[in-house]
Design a protein around this ligand. Sequence first.
Ligand code: PMV
Length: 367
Amino acid sequence: MDYKNPKFIIDSSQLTPGKVRWRSPSNIALIKYWGKYGQQLPRNPSISLTLSQAATDTTLSYSAKQSDKEIDLDFYFAGESRPDFSLRVEKYLKILLPIFPFLGQLHLRIDTNNSFPHSAGIASSASAMSAIALILCSMEKRFFDSLSDSETFYQKASYLARLGSGSACRSVYPHVAVWGEAGEIPRASNLYAIPYADQVHDIFETYHDDILIISKAEKSVSSGAGHNLMEGNLYADNRYLQARQRMDNLTAAMRAGDLETFGKITEAEALTLHALMMTSNPPYLLMEPNSIAAIRKVQAYRAETGHPLYFTLDAGPNLHLLYPDNIATEVKTFIRSELTPLCQDGIYIADRCGAGPEELEADLNPN
Ligand code: PMV
């Protein structure tokens, strides 16, 4: 598959300035993508739940370019200029120039906001990069009248999002997405994610993911550096094998609505991800004492009540608590009384499985 297209050039003299706005959610991986090769290609398949509350709202305003910079970009995050984010987006847009040469013809202004507190220690690259990818596909559609078929549109958006941040490619689909070649899923690809909600039990459509903010501190090792460390990890090959097997078992459990098997595999994956960090060279540790205290409380609660409350972890200390909607009242009482004391400033974000990204009316944006 090659999206390079030298014909995607616009007639700048005819260009009317415009705006495109998308809100795109974050996602939480159940089988983790950890280890990559080539241009952001995964070493193993992954599957995720698309979230609802944790999302990025991005508006891109374009007009004819007036400078001779390769990418002419003004970038604002929560109304303020952020040179670090701006540089990352500029690098990303440069990579996309062979696919969308028109990006080199425009002045671009990006205004982006996260729905969750910026300092909450939640990774936002999946929502941020998928929002930009979706915007670019909408621009292609507007300028060249292409991508009218929604499957083609989202597949391309997922492919482009992947180039910005691997996990971002899974954010473009509602509820559940799969990324990476997986034996039992013939359509799965390393190049883009595919929608997977229609292959799993309905119970996941309303699944909860409450995020315990154990620490707001920025990660000491970025996920990019973490992926690279997998190249020298002694356990890497076995890990990739294990991820494939777990993928088969987890998808079977999700199809059947078997929450116990689902939860056991999900927790094992979270701990494996962190074990891989601890066995990297150099080794590192992203969990905090309160991450472990919370894990023990969740496991004890499960043993006492029999409720299918399970956790997963991202590449950080914060716990994601996964549970079905029918036990939400009891679980929330437990979280408030037992778990929020372990959170920094007592913060947790009540999120749940969501319907995927949404194109919004650009002019309603306060920016
Ligand atoms: O998309 P990246 O490069 O930030 O990697 C994300 C890796 C994990 O969040 C730890 C796992 C995953 O599959 O999302």
